[in-house]
Design a protein around this ligand. Structure first.
Ligand code: NAD
Length: 521
């Protein structure tokens, strides 16, 4: 049964924050245990919390109530310049610390994430509309990516060289890595703490300094909270700087700053293309994790129970707002009707409501523009013949878990990344058609294949033009020690484990001519 939804309070009444969430967690975000004593209405540059002052303010909005619960500064280009200047001057001394010292600061920050677990879960609900399950997933991923960063900290130790044979007589080749320098990080709102941390933690562990610009929708949990954690963990001033602000106002300065050696961007393909071009203009390395249109392929000999279980989790977790959510269910025609029926029944029974309520799995979508985009994609697809089998109700940023049958690959809900709790189901006749449908998109991020015959499943997985595929599972998988990333319009480069080291370090070659060399003239 869908739980009763809380009606949104208006902005005026919500402007006075309640002091207690009922479980001892402060509702005033400035009272959270990891909030800076100055409160969140500040940018963090060179180890200082610089208050809003003359800058304009940006509302921190609780999507459940569609009301402002705080303010952060609309950072300016001058803030970004100051952040890069601080990062540049702090970076060398930080890189001179031993890998163990750097890893130990990251480890201390990781322990703080664990210590503030419940307060973070509360913040996810308030700032992201995230249910408790989503908070648990995100906190686990955040701690795991930090632990992996600690493990790779020694990869950029300039005293640790690899020696290679030379084609020149009497020469030794030494190859080593050093930190890239200053890393600009631009992050999205859907898994904000994790997606910022998966770039920030390895960048710091490897000896880089960072300028982080979080999404405006999650400026605290995706940005200022990281500054606060690392400040408490003892990171030296200037090594991590966080500037809140609109992407349209300061994004270009963050992406195109001459001080940045690497620009790590996670977000939409549309913005990623611009960020990549801007960074490349400065010859900074763009590391881009972008959108997806992931297919969940269910073949004729799939185990239907497992396929439906995966389909539900992969479509509706965090309201479908993950780049690796299922965007399309491709189901063999022999199983199609039963799959649709079971999926619709499961979707109709998911608990929807205020993510602070226990047991709620589906909260509101993040913001007005998300809500309008999802609604529009569903409505235009229904006009073209898609049938609503479950959900289809849209109200006050809540989208009921929706299942659509009779969908074709060219309907808007299938052709575009919908990023919502919507499951369009498309039939296919054989493996070749499933692969053709799955690959008929500019994206190539994640995917899944259900098939009892593992060899056949792996064969289908290899033919899917995506960075990641999960057999007898669903696409929503991320393990911070395994390569993560997309192909085609889903991105450039890889995150996690040893792969992120390639993005965040510079490889250098020193050759030593031990014996006198004979030159041709
Ligand atoms: P978005 O592209 O709108 O915003 C991402 C970030 O870019 C935000 O911080 C935003 O302020 C900033 N930005 C906006 N305009 C900018 C500009 N002109 N210059 C520089 N920065 C600018 O994305 P979003 O709505 O926050 O996130 C949803 C998108 O992110 C989806 O497409 C999703 O698939 C993708 N995503 C990808 C991954 C991945 O790992 N591949 C993970 C999460 C989300």
């Amino acid at each position: 049964m869908a739980s009763e939804r809380q009606s949104p309070t208006d902005a005026e009444s919500a402007a006075t924050p309640e002091t207690d969430a009922g479980d001892g967690t402060p509702r005033d975000l400035d009272e959270l245990g990891f909030a800076p004593s100055e409160g969140w209405n500040a940018v963090y540059v060179d180890g200082e919390w610089r208050a809003q002052g003359d800058r304009s303010g940006l509302d921190v909005v609780d999507p459940t109530r569609r009301a402002a619960v705080g303010t952060v500064p609309a950072g300016t280009d001058e803030d970004v310049d100051a952040a890069y200047a601080a990062a540049e001057s702090a970076q060398e001394a930080w890189a001179d610390r031993t890998p163990e010292e750097r890893a130990s600061v990251v480890a201390d920050a990781r322990e703080l994430v664990a210590a503030y677990h419940d307060e973070f879960a509360h913040l996810f609900a308030v700032e992201c509309g995230g249910a408790r399950l989503k908070a648990e997933i995100e906190l686990d991923l955040t701690k795991a990516t930090m632990a992996v960063a600690e493990d790779v900290a020694d990869a950029a130790d300039p005293t640790d060289t690899d020696e290679y044979d030379s084609n020149v007589e009497g020469k030794r080749n030494l190859v080593f890595r050093e930190p890239a320098g200053v890393v600009g990080v631009i992050s999205p709102w859907n898994f904000p703490l994790y997606l910022s941390m998966r770039a920030v933690a390895p960048a710091l562990a490897l000896g880089n300094a960072v300028v982080l610009k979080p999404s405006t929708h999650t400026a605290i949990v995706g940005g200022l909270a990281l500054a606060s954690l690392f400040e408490e963990a003892g990171l030296p001033d200037g090594v991590l700087n966080v500037v809140t602000g609109e992407g349209s106002a300061i994004g270009e300065t963050v992406a195109g700053h001459p001080a940045a050696s690497v620009v790590s961007f996670t977000g939409s393909t549309e913005v990623g293309r611009k960020v990549g071009a801007t960074a490349a203009e400065e010859l900074s390395l763009p590391a881009l994790e972008l959108g997806g249109n992931n297919a969940h392929v269910v073949t004729a000999d799939a185990d239907l129970d497992r396929a439906v279980d995966g389909g539900v989790f992969g479509s509706f977790t965090h309201q479908g707002q993950e780049c690796i959510s299922i965007n399309r269910h491709l189901v063999h025609e022999s199983l199609y009707d039963e799959y649709v029926e079971r999926l619709a029944e499961r979707a109709a029974n998911l608990p929807v409501g205020d993510p602070r309520e226990e047991g709620v799995l589906v909260g509101p979508v993040q913001n007005e523009s998300q809500f309008e985009t999802i609604t529009d994609l569903v409505e235009r697809s229904v006009e073209r013949g898609a049938k609503v089998e479950a959900g289809g109700e849209f109200d006050d940023w809540f989208v009921e878990p929706t299942v659509l049958s009779g969908v074709t690959n060219d309907m808007p809900i299938a052709a575009e990344e919908h990023f919502g709790p919507v499951a369009p189901v498309i039939p296919f006749a054989d493996d070749d058609e499933a692969i053709e449908l799955a690959n008929d998109t500019e994206y190539g991020l994640s995917g899944s294949v259900h098939c009892e015959n593992t060899d056949r499943a792996i064969d289908i997985a290899r033919r899917l033009d995506t960075g990641m595929v999960h057999v007898n599972d669903q696409p929503l998988n991320d393990e911070p020690h395994v390569a993560f990333g997309g192909v085609n319009a889903s991105g450039v480069g890889r995150y996690n484990g040893e792969w992120i080291v390639d993005e965040l370090t510079e490889t250098r070659w020193i050759s030593v001519q031990e014996e006198t060399r004979e030159y041709p003239y």
